[in-house]
Ligand binder design. Sequence first.
Ligand code: 5AD
Ligand code: SF4
Length: 449
Amino acid sequence: MNLLKPLTATPSDKKVYIETYGCQMNVNDSEVVLSILQDCGYRYTEQIEQADLILANTCSIRDNAEQRIWGRIDQFHLQRKKRPVIVGILGCMAERLKEKLIENGKVDIVVGPDSYRKLPELLKAAQEGQKGVETTLSREETYAELTPTRLDKNGVSAFISIMRGCNNVCSYCVVPYTRGAERSREPGSIVREACQLFENGYREVTLLGQNVDSYHWKSEGQDVDFADLLEKVAQINPLLRVRFSTSYPSDISDKLLKVMASYDNICRHIHLPVQSGSNPMLEKMRRKYTREWYLERVAAIRREVPGCSLTTDIIAGFCGETEQDHQDTLSLMEEVGYDFAFMFQYSERPGTLAARKYEDDVPAKVKTQRLEEIIALQMKKSEERYASMVGTEQLVLVEGPSKKGEGQLCGRASNYMMCVFPDKQHTAGDYVKVKVVGATPATLLCELV
Ligand code: 5AD
Ligand code: SF4
């Protein structure tokens, strides 16, 4: 099995262009889609003007994500005026809106996250002028044996989906409706994919799932949880770095932290979305932990995996959020000191529990102001965290030339911080030791040692 198909594997005149929105899982899904399309004769192009098939792999997480895609659909339509082009909408927005997406006549096919194997059929029908919508969710589909066609630019770092769907019912979140029930992928296929990537020169894999801590594979005498899986992947080769995302605060186990601590090639970084620092908000959000539980997990991480960086997601202005709730979020951020955070205003999503049960009652102006305060505090914390690294030595996996200037390379430290340094000897995929000599709130300025 060749896991890394060259992009030009199948000679054909048909070209596919794909835009990906949303999370890393969507990036990996686009790679799966390209693999399926190559098998039916499409070649990948980065030029929309050359494409016979234009796809958008979409995100529904917030309303503005969807609005952006409606705008892109109009743009795609302009291409159809120049030549025959099939336009397809994939992913979460496809799953959520289904037929609504073809109503304005600008989209030909709509395919949800569990239906990508149907693409060849739908395309054939579309070529004959028939529009198609396929959004059945599955309890089994993991695309386990498919070989993603890699879209990364550097050939160093790749994503591997280890599970699909989500069984949490966070009241604000559309994902359980767009991606269906949680299912784990057979561990052997994950390890094989990682081995193949390593053999093909990749030096970093990121294991992806909505909630990796609930990964569980039980079958034919095998009983593998996420800590076991992580260990199996880490054992492939000490030169293969392993990252993972996303962790869920009530499920992240001591066993996992112990495995992390035992392998230098498991990166010192955990993305641990907190969403809010207020217990009443966490309860309303249906997160299954309290502020105290979360802080205890942070303490366990700091104890078991020293130097581990922490990043998070925060929502400002959820239903009924008071000024005190907001202050609790700020004080939690102050206490944890995240290296980085994704920060959002609450956006009501139709069909979710919160949309049905709670009023979206925080005025837009207040949401904006709270988000600004959250961003300002995070900026200060990032600045402190990055500055605290000055004087330390870091092992960096080179990703390639830096945009910061001629003769500079960039790559990440184990803790995910981006490092930039002058270097003419090394190339993408090399490990180099650097000393941190300066910092901005998002980059470590380094020198080779
Ligand atoms: N509004 C705003 N942010 C949201 N997220 C998920 N749903 C919503 C919503 N309705 C954020 C959460 C999640 C991240 C991926 O997106 O912080 O962790
Ligand atoms: Fe990813 Fe969630 Fe957006 Fe779907 S809705 S693409 S799962 S971030």
